[in-house]
Design a protein. Structure first.
Ligand SMILES: Cc1cc2nc3c(=O)[nH]c(=O)nc-3n(C[C@H](O)[C@H](O)[C@H](O)COP(=O)(O)OP(=O)(O)OC[C@H]3O[C@@H](n4cnc5c(N)ncnc54)[C@H](O)[C@@H]3O)c2cc1C
Length: 424
């Protein structure tokens, strides 16, 4: 197993249950990959993946299996958004009502194009729509300016990318996963989190597997034949395996030295990169404050901000920007300036975050595809190559880019492998 993120750990657990011997190689000194609960700003905060929902079947099964607690942040009492340079305020409901006509129009044909989210390539004419960016489809609607800006802002939050670079089909896949309901899609992607953090999920899976898990062990080379593979670590250790499961994100899978090389589609997707390229920032402000959320635009360093924790004399906000090169999550002054777009009154005390785009073991946040990537690459990204198998949220069918998707692919890969390998 290459990678000790959620996909790798789930695959390892399931293969172990089938009596197979598994070695997990994880380059970082911790497990979890793009989920990482770390103690900062006086609280356990999620640097990466956070929110989950009962409409995400694979992750919810893990919540039930391990009895994990689920909670949510405070309900926003006030909303801020931009209409051009002007800051508008209202209730959460008034913002949702404002974006509703645009959302309905944009997503009207969701089930036509993605009739079965568990089989995202099922529609034979999908390529006809997969070439559009979300920006192009939004522009086609010719919405009044206030509605246009509000819809754009809501999508920038979801895409973590400039909308001109994100595929319209990615928006369709998210919405198809909630049977066409954009309200439920919003809730599923950004409200409920684990009480014990994603750390509690990682620890539960690790306690449930007898795999040989080696952290701080980077795989650097894989040589494979029809009979098996040899994985060489950066430290020079050679490990022989009947099968190898790679769980690396789309953006870095091509960095591995694989001989014979991976198929052209897997490598091309990695070279093009995913559309998502943003940043997540945690911000501690002086309190007490009333919970709020705020949307700006892709052009602003931070396009979404909201209250996630309320204390007696402070509050912690979570914010996202569409372009990690525009703002560092650890730059107090830049974050302070970015918040002033909506609110001059907030007293920013501390900021923190992890730059996933600069992290050589991710170079990605959550997967949002570029136009054409779904129809050109997904099938090939999922396909085994001889003794090499591929798992990872980026290659999921239903909730690709989510924790749920990582589990989906781990379960599938372990089942497929288990039927081919007799226990040793
Ligand atoms: C900022 C951010 C916010 C997110 N928010 C959400 C959210 O709210 N809800 C949600 O469901 N999802 C969210 N996600 C997405 C979610 O976290 C990921 O989709 C999921 O965790 C990916 O799991 P994975 O196992 O497929 O990949 P990864 O977690 O990337 O695992 C791959 C592993 O491989 C390791 N690795 C890389 N190279 C090597 C090598 N050469 N040798 C050995 N090991 C290697 C990595 O260190 C990593 O541990 C978010 C992600 C980010 C970054």
């Amino acid at each position: 197993m290459i990678g000790g993120g959620i996909a790798g750990l789930i695959t390892a657990r399931e293969l172990g249950r089938q009596g197979l011997r598994v070695v997990v190689l994880e380059a970082r000194d911790r497990l979890g990959g793009r989920v990482w609960t770390d103690h900062r700003l006086g609280r356990d905060l999620e640097m990466g993946g956070t929110w989950l929902h009962w409409v995400q079947p694979h992750v919810w099964a893990e919540v039930t299996r391990y009895g994990l607690g689920v909670t949510r942040g405070p309900r926003p009492e006030k909303a801020y958004w931009l209409a051009g340079a002007e800051v508008r305020t209202g209730t959460l409901e008034s913002f949702m009502n404002l974006i509703d006509p645009g959302m309905q129009a944009l997503l009207a044909d969701t089930m036509r194009w993605i009739p079965r989210p568990d089989d995202p390539l099922a529609e034979p004419d999908l390529a006809a729509v997969d070439g559009f960016s979300l920006q192009e489809k939004l522009d086609e609607l010719d919405l009044p300016p206030a509605e246009y800006h509000a819809n754009e802002a809501a999508w920038v939050g979801h895409f973590n990318a400039p909308l001109g670079e994100g595929a319209f089909t990615s928006a369709l896949r998210w919405t198809a996963a909630t049977a066409g309901s954009w309200h439920l899609m919003h809730e599923a992607s950004a409200v409920f989190r684990l009480t014990g953090g994603t750390r509690s999920l990682v620890e539960a899976i690790v306690a449930d597997t007898d795999a040989d898990i080696r952290t701080s062990t980077e795989a650097s080379r894989i040589e494979h034949t029809a009979d098996g593979a040899v994985v060489t670590t950066a430290g020079g250790t050679r490990i022989h395996a009947r099968r190898v499961v790679l769980t690396l994100p789309q953006n870095i899978i091509g960095d591995l030295d694989v001989s014979p090389p991976l198929c052209a589609e897997k490598l091309s997707a990695g070279k093009e990169k995913a559309a998502s390229q943003g940043v997540k920032v945690w911000i501690r402000v002086r309190g007490p404050i009333a919970p709020f959320f705020a949307y700006s635009s892709a052009a602003h360093p931070l396009s979404v901000a909201r209250t996630e924790y309320l204390g007696d004399d402070d509050a912690v906000l979570v914010a996202f920007g569409a372009d990690a090169s525009k703002i560092s999550p650890n730059d107090l002054d830049a974050v302070r300036a970015a918040l002033r777009v909506w609110r001059e009154d907030l007293d920013v005390l501390e900021v923190t975050g992890h730059d996933w785009m600069a992290d050589r073991y991710s170079q990605e946040t959550w997967l949002m595809q570029r136009p054409h990537q779904l129809t050109r690459y997904l099938a090939a990204q999922q396909r085994p190559e001889g003794v090499l198998h591929f798992a990872g949220s980026d290659y999921a069918n239903v909730w690709a880019g989510f924790i749920d998707g990582a589990i989906e692919t781990g379960l599938r890969t372990a089942r497929e492998l288990g039927t081919r390998l007799a226990p040793r």
